[in-house]
Design a protein. Sequence first.
Length: 551
Amino acid sequence: MSFPYVPPVGCSGPWAKVILKVAFYNADPHSYLDGITFAYISIDGVPLYSGGGQDNDVPTHWRVERDVTDYSAILRAAGTGVLEIKGSPRYLPRFNSPYYASATLLFYPANAENRARRVPDAVYPLTTAGWQDVRTPDERIDTSFTLPRNVERAYLDVMAHPRYRDDVIPYVNYGNDLFWFTCMPDGTMEAFPELTSRLAIGAKRLGLDGWEPPQGCRGGSFREVQVSIDGQPAGIAPVFPRVYPQFNAVWGSAPLFQPAPAPQVLNFMPYRVDLTPFAGLLSDGAPHTVTLAVASGGSIVDFHLSGTLLVYRDAGTAQIVGQVTRNTLSGQPPAPTVTSTLARNATGEVSGEVRTTSSRSYAIEGYIDTSRGRIRSTVERSVRFKNLLAPYAYDAPDDDADAYRLGVDLKSTVSGTSRRYLGDDLIAEDREYVSYPLMLAYRYLSADLQQAFVQRTERRRPGVTRYYTRLDHEVDLAYAPDYSGADARWQGYQHYLFRDSYSSCYRTDLATQDGMLTDYQQGIDCPGGVNRLYWASHPDGSPDGLGWAER
């Protein structure tokens, strides 16, 4: 659905803050869209919101907020917005029932206490539709830009969603990457066909005639997004392992997310790649191609990809010159290491471990000659990925006594520092640490999930007190029926904590039992037991340009 966007009358900016509020509501528990698998909002191709992945058999209301202040450049002029919702198909259109959505942009005028931020001067989407499907390791987004000739800094906000296809008929294997972190290597699936058990994690739909297709996925359990400029490697974006609760399409949904879903299900955050060492190259007046591609350890890639280029310009000059002086990411293609101890015993049981690891560190440096003098920039990152899959599969001959279990232990981290120097003076230093741990114990009809979104930042600017943030969103969700089909164990725990060095403290803890909220507390261990946020903070975990501290 498209809609016209018009900036607020009498509030043209600059703004201290811009917040997007989104609400979803379904009234019918038997809706054709009883599970939102993918939803996004964009304006002129720039994604402002992305979410989806909750699946419920009861009427639900969802409300989320995201800080979109850094996209102010696209919000200053009238444009065209797009809202799209995709849901889990229910075979036939007669099961159709609507989902309702609303979105509101809140613009906060700047004043003496809440200063206008220094935001990117221009924002460019890599695709006019906001998202592009990438279906094989060879597919990618290639977008050419001819940018202004005074680019001082550049960043790329990257989002990668596993693609849940809604354009297929029953019996077709779709959405292979929906559970990419559970996927076995191609050769392993061929050597052990028991892993394609009808009881396994997978997205092949149950046919209307009752046929039970084999489940499981291939392509390996490694995924990351590669960023390049004119074919030169420019950065890496980790892929957050978003969990969709419909682990087995024959079974249906494990109600893990009722009533509280896992991290980033409702409000998916982009990962920001620092491209500042390339500012001199981007300012030369020639067209340059920015590329996004998904790397995997096998033959399968099935993602929605988006990228948003954010550019800061030097208002004091019309022409910046410079170049990249060092790039150790070149010559380091993704090359995950896979080891396996899987074996089949004399009775036909398959068990063991498949371990996938990847580790790369790189540094990219460049300089530009600006109106203030020469600025040198360095970007250093360490990217670590490890995933341990421990399956057990037994395909009993000529009867239904099959068995399947899977354990997943994944940890994906990125850490590093970006610095800028004016002459010999350090004018900016940004440290980051991001971690995406996930542990899953799956058995047909039951699942235990522990997952977290961890983010640490530390920023320094001349004349500004060091600013740090700490964000932890942790969940522990479990569901298992007893032999009669009743809910023997159905419980969950959520912990959300954000702190910063400007006395922000926001904490929420909740507990659930049998699909009901049993405990909800706010402000635990915060001063006075009350949540409080510094006006410029980003408690949602969205990328923070620290524009309020820029001089």
